[in-house]
Write a protein that binds this ligand. Structure first.
Ligand code: CS2
Length: 489
């Protein structure tokens, strides 16, 4: 039996599975979500499901995949129902989510997507399109007008491909119809994600219609938000075990941890679900939370991903079980990252993060985190390094992590096992990482990638020197030895 509205009826009796108790046919399409990946389905959609279950039927989600058909193909035949599986060492909990009322594939029918976004009942357009989905330059956060999707959308604004193109076109339709704009809610791991999205939307709009740009600037809302939940990629084993627990086949369940956090800036143009009743925090200023999360969690996640993969580890819990790596990561947070942050309670946050990494049930692959380093490193590690350099403080471990990325880009771990590098700049980065056997030359070649490092870091002698030394030591002694030498300094 396949998961579906009809199948749900028989599952209600199941004590171990939580199922929607509300009438899904009564939901109206209040949210359009761009980027219908596992993260959204295990994060914001769960908070929204809660708001609906509490009685507010305005918040059905129309999910949109901007590129691939796989999610839509999995979910549409099961009435857009799917299971969230919350796992840790103590067991697992299953929750069938009913908030998703449609799943669309944008390239197949961009007009249907635009119609949903321009619908007067839609008040929020949220996004999880990953860092590269913003089509911007990660170092400067400027819109890349020569990005193929942006270039396409600027010349064909009524059949967009990019998230930014869809948002601008839909806002234009609303302006024309005399409707208020929707709130644009970015849920990606970008610094000041709302403000950044606003800048990109305005830059795009200004290029096609300055009047529209003015209207958006005046009436639109782009709250910043910090999002946090670890969501590893679903595997075939996960599907099989969910089918047994659920008593029905779910083509795309999503796996996650018990922890979940969403801090949202209180800046909306119209109504929004009461996400706070499901545990979200609504605040006047998100930045302190956002910086702490990007630098502490994502910064150490990426560090573990590169250093761990080069050593030969496969998952986060495996890597963090190596006490040398765990001590390194803890010291990096305590000594180098936390002094750059203003949020209180950082020591507790640090301990919480290490405990989350140890979750034995997630099997979160280091290679999943390692992807798209060029889009991630600026906000995860390089901003912290800049702050430390400016303060004249040590950033030895942070630089070691960047050296770990450089070593990772060679494409082979220390036992010689090859892996693919998944990154929009993969070719350039791999070529630079393998351009010479000399660490100093490799560093120069990699720092020449200005979209990642900007103009300042390649000119900073302390940074270049430290990075070169670490890369040389990693090459000579291996990650573990080079790291131990650093700790005993
Ligand atoms: C991870 C994040 O894949 C990655 O790059 O660092 O997806 C991380 O799991 C989430 O941001 C946790 O909230």
């Amino acid at each position: 039996m396949r998961l579906s509205n009809t199948a749900l009826a028989s599952m209600g009796a199941h004590q171990i599975v939580i199922v929607p108790k509300y009438d899904r046919y009564q939901l109206s399409p209040g949210i359009v979500h761009l980027g219908l990946g596992a993260f959204h389905r295990a994060h914001a959609a769960v908070y929204t499901d809660h708001a609906i279950a509490a009685g507010d039927q305005r918040w059905g989600i129309v999910g949109v995949s901007l590129r691939q058909a796989d999610t839509r193909d999995a979910l549409a035949p099961q009435d857009n129902l799917y299971t969230v599986v919350v796992r840790d060492g103590g067991g697992e909990r299953l929750h069938v989510i009913g908030a998703l009322i449609a799943s669309l594939l944008a390239p197949e029918n961009p007009h249907a997507v635009l119609a949903a976004m321009a619908d007067p009942r839609c008040h929020v357009v949220s996004l999880t399109v990953t860092e590269k989905g913003y089509c911007h330059d990660p170092a400067t956060r400027a819109l890349r007008l020569n990005h193929p999707d942006i270039a396409h959308d600027l010349t064909h604004p009524d059949v967009p491909r990019s998230a930014i193109g869809f948002i601008v076109r839909a806002l234009a339709l609303r302006q024309k119809a005399g409707l208020p704009p929707f709130t644009v809610l970015s849920c990606d791991n970008l610094p000041s994600n709302g403000l950044t999205t606003r800048g990109l939307v305005l830059a795009f709009a200004a290029a096609i219609d300055p009047g529209l740009a003015h209207w958006i600037a005046e009436h639109g809302a782009f709250p910043n938000a910090m999002v946090d939940r670890i969501v590893p990629k679903t595997t075939e084993d996960d599907r099989a075990s969910v089918a047994i627990r659920l008593g029905a086949d779910d083509a795309w369940p999503v796996m996650t941890e018990p922890f979940s956090q969403w801090v949202i800036e209180n800046r909306f143009v119209g109504p929004r679900p009461r996400w706070e009743d499901a545990g979200a925090t609504i605040v006047a200023e998100v930045e302190p939370y956002e910086n702490a999360k990007l630098r502490m969690l994502n910064g150490t996640h990426s560090s573990l991903a590169y250093l761990g993969s080069v050593i030969g580890y496969v998952t986060v819990d495996e890597a963090i079980a190596d006490t040398r790596l765990a001590n390194f990561i803890a010291a990096m947070m305590g000594d180098e990252i936390e002094p750059t942050l203003s949020r209180p309670g950082l020591a507790v946050y640090r301990a919480q993060l290490l405990a989350r990494y140890r979750n034995p049930a997630l099997k979160h692959k280091l290679q999943q985190i390692a992807m798209d380093g060029s889009q991630k490193l600026p906000q995860r590690l390089l901003g912290t390094i800049r702050d430390r350099l400016l303060a004249g403080a040590s950033c030895d471990r942070l630089c070691f992590a960047v050296a770990g990325w450089f070593r990772y880009l060679v494409g082979k771990d220390e036992s010689g096992l090859a892996y693919p590098i998944s990154d929009p700049l993969a070719e350039t980065l791999h070529a630079a990482a393998t351009s010479s056997l000399n660490a100093a030359e490799q560093v120069v070649a990699l720092l020449a990638v200005r979209e990642v490092f900007g103009d300042d870091l390649p000119r900073n002698q302390q940074f270049v020197f430290t990075l070169t030394q670490h890369l040389e030591n990693i090459g000579k002694y291996g990650v573990v030895e080079a790291m131990s030498a650093l700790e005993s300094k």
